[in-house]
Design a protein around this ligand. Structure first.
Ligand code: SF4
Ligand code: SF4
Length: 710
């Protein structure tokens, strides 16, 4: 008995010392990140307002369960380990007293049953994980495997360790039954089965097995503890923390403002010597950014949904996080060194790691390749999927900010767009006077706000650059205006006083140009006294609704599909003329995933007589990007298949007459891909890409009772 106590305690002290050292090191490393005081506000507000969401995410495994089979396996394992904490207490108790039972509940058959039930559940989960890993073997499936790039050997080691935890548990409990010291007389069905198998060995052998497997159980659990803190399984401890400090409701919608030393950066007062401009080195990340890196489970869910990865580009959101994490860990000796002398004394490899540029090509051994950085469309699929709430877009756009503002290093073809935004207020450089042209093509007058908005005007219609200046998007704009006019909605536009919201500049990383445009727009809007805005472009919608509040612009903003769906539901718009078309709807990322507007466009289509709508496989939360977001609209797509082509091929498989969407940029990207397919004979000549508003306008009988074709 004394020997087993000594061995058990020595193992425990040694494991906690090794694990504790690592945890202290991780804590110190997180401390080298930038401060992020806002994260404590987020955490406080989560605890106050959405504790339920937190609990659903962590204990309900909400995001994981979206992937039914692996999600269920993970939930079984997670809950198994929660319940099996009781068996660890029992094993420690048995070190000191063979007949130990947990005071109060330790002999209840239901507890014995639950412990065994979850031990078996963990084995079922393990088997499922093993099958998934074999079937998704990266060596066989290449880029199609979500595990490509993950540390698969470590994952197998952990699966083996979990198996040993359960195996040693059932062995010592089975032996305990045969030596008469097991605390549960009924309920522990799996332990009883193992006890039945061991029974023929006799009391003496079972007594030895009991002692050996109690120590083996504690040894495996303690080894598991050490492996966890040295591997990707850190997420077991870090995931609840990461979720607690994450943005809410998620890291979609708005981009965070640029912060330096824990404060929002003011460009007019910024000091180039002391302020941080975007993410230029690993220590420019906040401690929350470093926590994101350490929390990644390497599950590859983000990678499997990324349109850049799916079309053969070098960007994998998982790999970005892993590369940053590996670099942070490798640079840690340099970051944690107490003095310059200590840094100078570091091994050559550590010094070289410290000098690696965060973004750079293979020639300079950069951590993140520029082709990786600039492939991102900001579509949000990675953020949506991540079970531990990692904020990929913030990190990618943070690095873009440094590249644009400090290094002036970005795809050259986007330079014209930035210059046009600065000088002319729109990405094409067409200038303010052209913004009013579309109104001259209507047979009614659209009021332009001059000074204060009229009391009788309900909505300011934010037209957007594409809606005012791009030929295909202008058709949508006219359709929306016509429908609002038909429904008797009082609306007005800013006309030439409207400028780009700044979204393409911000998503490119040019926060300076974004601030300039956004401040100008907020000033204009505030001067008009407008309260309600309807926007046709999801990027404008997202920026005005979610980002302008950062600059003092607070309005009630809706997308045109939301307003039109409501007008149809209220009977103010009556779709009566049949539109006999088979169509499919493409979810714009900044309307759907970023802002959760999935139903209104579909509700409109349902009300148009004759329309037969079929969903593409990748729709709603799992919608596939058109390739235009993240300012990719203004960059060449030189690597892999074009994203818009991939999307159109999915649509063409449904043989539609029409592809509908609700975003001017999707309209252009999908329209271009359809034109290319028509050229190659893969799409019929009559196939069109139109906005939902255009389809509705074709069906709604206007005031003069003639059907319109917008
Ligand atoms: S935002 Fe979209 S394109 Fe960018 S990394 Fe995430 S999934 Fe890929
Ligand atoms: S970032 Fe999130 S989704 Fe991607 S591999 Fe890591 S844990 Fe999984």
């Amino acid at each position: 008995m004394a020997a087993r106590i000594v061995i058990g305690l020595v193992m425990t002290v040694a494991a906690f010392a090794v694990a504790g050292r690592r945890v202290w090191w991780l804590r110190r490393l997180a401390g080298t990140g930038q401060p992020a005081p806002e994260r404590f506000d987020y955490a406080r507000s989560h605890l106050a307002t959405d504790l339920k969401t937190q609990l659903t995410e962590v204990f309900g495994q909400r995001k994981l369960l979206k992937w039914s089979v692996p999600g269920a396996a993970h939930a079984l394992t997670f809950w198994g380990f929660i319940i099996l904490l009781l068996t660890i207490i029992e094993a420690y108790g048995a070190l000191f007293s063979r007949t130990f039972s947990i005071p109060g509940i330790g002999t209840w058959p239901v507890i014995g049953f639950l412990e065994d039930l979850f031990a078996v559940a963990v084995l079922v989960g393990l088997t499922t994980f093993a099958i998934i890993r074999v079937r998704s073997n990266p060596a066989a499936r290449g880029r199609a495997s979500r595990f490509l790039g993950s540390h698969t050997r470590a994952a197998w080691l952990v699966l083996g360790m979990i198996f040993l935890v359960i195996a040693t548990l059932l062995m010592y409990r089975g032996a305990q039954i045969n030596t008469g010291v097991f605390p549960y007389h009924h309920g522990a069905f799996a332990s009883q089965l193992v006890g039945h198998w061991l029974h023929p060995l006799g009391y003496g052998t079972n007594a030895v097995l009991e002692a050996v497997f109690i120590l083996a159980q504690l040894g495996v659990v303690l080894a598991f503890l050490v492996i966890v803190v040295y591997s990707k399984h850190l997420h077991i401890g870090l995931a609840p923390l990461n979720i607690l400090f994450s943005r809410r409701p998620d890291a979609l919608g708005a981009l965070e403002p640029m912060r330096s030393n824990g404060k929002v950066l003011d460009f007019e007062e910024a000091d180039p010597d002391t302020d941080v401009f975007g993410l230029g080195k690993i220590e420019d990340f906040t401690w929350k950014g470093l926590l994101d890196m350490a929390t990644c489970t390497e599950c590859g869910r983000c990678q499997s949904q990324c349109p850049a990865w799916a079309t053969g580009k070098p960007l994998s959101p998982k790999q970005v996080i892993l590369d940053l994490r590996d670099h942070a860990f490798a640079k840690a000796p340099y970051l944690l060194a107490a003095s310059e002398e200590a840094r100078a004394a570091l091994p050559e490899a550590a010094k070289q790691e410290a000098e690696r540029p965060l973004v750079g090509g293979p020639d300079v051994h950069g951590v993140i390749d520029p082709d990786v950085l600039w492939s991102c469309t900001n579509c949000g699929a990675c953020v949506e999927e991540c079970p531990v709430d990692i904020e990929h877009i913030d990190h990618i756009d943070g690095m873009r900010r440094h590249q644009v503002l400090i290094e002036s290093a970005f795809p050259v073809e986007a330079a014209g767009m930035l210059k046009n935004l600065e000088n002319k207020g729109d990405p094409w450089g067409m200038g303010e006077t052209r913004r009013a042209e579309w109104m001259t093509e209507l047979d009614f007058e659209v009021p332009v706000v001059d000074g204060k908005i009229g009391d009788d005007v309900e909505y300011l219609f934010w037209v957007g650059c594409a809606g005012a200046l791009e030929d295909r998007a202008r058709k949508t704009t006219k359709a929306i205006a016509t429908l609002l006019h038909t429904a008797g909605v009082k609306f007005a536009v800013l006309g030439p006083a409207e400028t780009c919201t700044g979204d393409p500049a911000r998503r490119m990383g040019n926060e300076f140009v974004f601030s300039m445009l956004a401040q100008q727009n907020v000033e204009t809007l505030n001067e008009t006294g407008v309260r309600k805005v309807v926007a046709s472009c999801p990027h404008c919608f997202n920026t005005i609704a979610n980002e302008y509040p950062q600059l003092g612009g607070n309005y009630e903003v809706i997308h045109h599909t939301q307003l039109l769906a409501r007008l149809v539901a209220e009977g103010r718009l009556k779709p009566v003329s049949p539109v006999e078309e088979k169509l499919t709807y493409h979810d714009p990322c900044f309307l759907g995933r970023h802002n959760k507007v999935f139903s209104p466009p579909r509700e409109i289509l349902e009300q148009v007589p004759g329309v037969s709508a079929t969903e593409m496989h990748r729709c709603k939360e799992r919608g596939f990007c058109c390739g235009a977001g993240g300012a990719r609209m203004w960059m060449e797509e030189r690597i892999g298949q074009r994203i818009n082509t991939d999307r159109i091929e999915e649509a063409l498989a449904l043989e539609p007459d029409t592809i509908s969407t609700a975003c001017p940029f999707c309209l252009v990207m999908l329209g271009d891909a359809v034109s290319a397919k028509k050229g190659s004979g893969e799409a019929k000549d009559s196939l069109e890409v139109v906005d939902v508003a255009q389809l509705l306008a074709r069906s709604v009988r206007p005031a003069d009772d003639k059907p319109r074709r917008a």
